[in-house]
Ligand binder design. Structure first.
Ligand code: NAP
Length: 521
């Protein structure tokens, strides 16, 4: 497929209105062809108008038709698998085989959401029939269904250039809900973004849907993102990236004349607690597994386990030795962008300034944007004295926190901000301690894992990829998994309606065979 570099405003390929950019190959430091168009406020406006015009029709498509559309996207992604993975590899430095896995995950998510749509449970249909004889006054007929919130602006993430980007879970869940989508492509992988956008636009056309169901814009600087968040026709925003960026967009949306929900996924250190019996029994094995997970995606993963907490004593030296060995053996690898590489270097320096000691490092980097892996260590007392030590360093590093006893382990757990995940490694004898720790972790995380690490991510009905601030801006929702669709739905009640005027799913005869509650049962 020849890349045009254009913006995708509905069915139209739109040339640059605000200059052009080229993709950077972070491995060779070469710029890659072609020129990619940068757009501006007028392009966002056009995309938002089209998304709004398409919304009424698209949000009312039959469930069967919407599901078929989602499956078409999956098929179109499968059809460009190799080309997409190869281009994403060029633009990110990530291994092509891993990126093919991302294509599979993206396509699978669209198929899973097609099934969610067909089953219709997400509509949460509820019927409370009229009670004309009720005293002291009769009750009218009440019926409820969930419907799409409106056009959604989605900020593609940099670190998973397919499964969290243009064709990622945010797009799949928003389209499944019946929302139209305006995608803000991440400038770190413009070619991979275009290939994904083509797959989605082709499905829009194959399924004869209105062109405004999907658009993709791109820009330089903050103006394009700000225009999306400000646009009065945009009704919700999703974002994966830095705390600074996420909160800037969140605050901006709250200052609109009509504030809108912004679902940001921002930062998490995914703490791992090793309880004493587990430490004594298999400290080295856990340390080895921890570093293996920490290094996935060159440490550029939201679920990277970044902080490991263990009580000094039996097994601690074996744990540390295993971590030191594994980190020392790791070779430096290319990071996603020069900016992310620079943040990694300054993040490590910040940890050392705050008092963490570097106890191991991987082979030195031979090229400009390669991240050298690092293991830092600090004692519990010191960790508790400086919140800088609990910050995420995005890249291949981890912090080992040596606590003196159970009380200090609790104090560390209680000091943590909101997290996407936490893990406990335990043996039978650790159960009382685990039971005490559990409520502390439940209050702070969206997911708790036992005797494993949170990564890799399964996409299921029970998946939670969310958590209290600053992991996300809204702990009530998940951004991955089948319930992520709930971010884009709002309830609408129909009171006293004649049957013929009701949405088909709520009519007296359940012709669609959808699950519905009657009087809450
Ligand atoms: P980012 O700087 O937060 O940017 C993400 C997206 O939001 C980009 O499209 C960016 O546009 C846009 N954006 C950011 N701030 C904005 C603002 N104030 N107004 C309008 N648009 C804005 O994230 P990144 O580029 O992916 O990486 C930078 C850092 O984010 C990393 O070093 C890492 O610390 C963190 N990160 C964390 C995760 C995670 O899952 N925890 C994932 C990815 C990144 P421009 O590119 O045009 O600025």
């Amino acid at each position: 497929m020849k890349l045009t570099g254009n913006l995708f405003i509905g069915a139209n390929d739109v040339a640059a209105t605000e200059g052009t950019m080229k993709a950077l190959n972070p491995t060779t430091h070469q710029l890659i062809e072609p020129d990619f168009a940068l757009g501006g406020v007028a392009d966002v406006d056009r995309a938002a108008i089209l998304a709004d015009e398409a919304f009424d029709l698209y949000s009312h498509t039959s469930l069967a038709r919407r599901a078929t559309f989602l499956e078409s996207i999956a098929d179109n992604l499968d059809a460009v698998r190799q080309e997409l993975a190869a281009r994403a590899a060029l633009e990110t430095g990530l291994p092509e085989a891993q990126l093919e896995g991302e294509v599979t995950r993206a396509a699978t998510q669209f198929r899973q959401f097609a099934e969610v749509v067909r089953r219709g449970r997400f509509l949460q249909l509820a019927i409370d029939p009229a009670q004309p004889d009720r005293l002291p006054r009769p009750r009218m007929d009440h019926r409820l269904q969930k419907m799409a919130i409106g056009p959604v602006a989605i900020f593609g993430a940099s670190n998973f250039p397919i499964s969290y980007s243009v064709a990622g879970g945010d797009t799949a869940s928003a389209l499944a809900a019946g929302s139209t989508v305006i995608l803000k492509a991440h400038n770190a992988h413009p070619g991979a973004s275009e290939i994904q956008a083509r797959a989605i636009r082709k499905a829009v056309q194959e399924n004869e849907l209105p062109e405004g169901v999907f658009s993709m814009v791109r820009g330089s600087g903050n103006a394009i993102g700000e225009a999306l968040v400000d646009h009065p026709l945009v009704k919700a925003v999703t974002f994966t990236g830095s705390e600074q960026g996420g909160m800037a967009l969140y605050r901006r949306a709250q200052q609109r004349p009509d504030p809108i929900p912004v679902f940001t996924e921002m930062t998490s250190v995914n703490p791992t607690f090793i309880l004493p019996d587990a430490l004594a029994a298999r400290g080295a094995q856990i340390g080895d597994g921890f570093v293996e997970r920490m290094l996935v995606n060159v440490g550029q993963a939201c679920l990277k386990p970044a902080i490991l907490i263990a009580i000094e004593g039996d097994g601690f030296e074996a744990l540390r030795a295993a971590m030191v060995k594994r980190v020392s053996e790791a070779s430096a690898r290319t990071m996603l962008t020069p900016g992310i590489h620079a943040s990694y270097i300054s993040g490590l320096a910040g940890m050392e300034n705050a008092g963490a000691h570097r106890v191991a490092e991987g082979s030195a980097s031979g090229a400009d944007f390669e991240g050298q892996s690092a293991l830092l260590e600090v004692d519990g007392r010191h960790f508790l004295s400086d919140t800088a030590l609990a910050q995420e360093v995005f890249g291949p590093s981890a912090l080992l926190v040596k606590v003196k006893d159970e009380d200090e382990m609790f104090a560390v757990a209680r000091s943590l901000r909101g997290q996407l995940s936490a893990a406990m490694h335990l043996e039978e004898g650790d159960m009382p301690l685990a039971q005490r720790l559990l409520p502390v972790l439940e209050r702070r995380t969206g997911r708790i894992v036992v005797n494993a690490f949170a990564h890799p991510q399964e996409v299921t009905f029970a998946t939670v990829h969310g958590g209290p601030f600053p992991a996300t801006s809204d702990s009530r929702f998940t951004s991955v998994g089948m319930t992520s669709i709930e971010r884009f739905l709002r309830p609408v009640a129909y009171q006293g309606f004649p049957d013929a005027l009701l949405p088909e799913a709520l009519r007296e005869i359940n012709a669609l065979g959808l699950p519905r509650s009657v009087e809450g049962r």
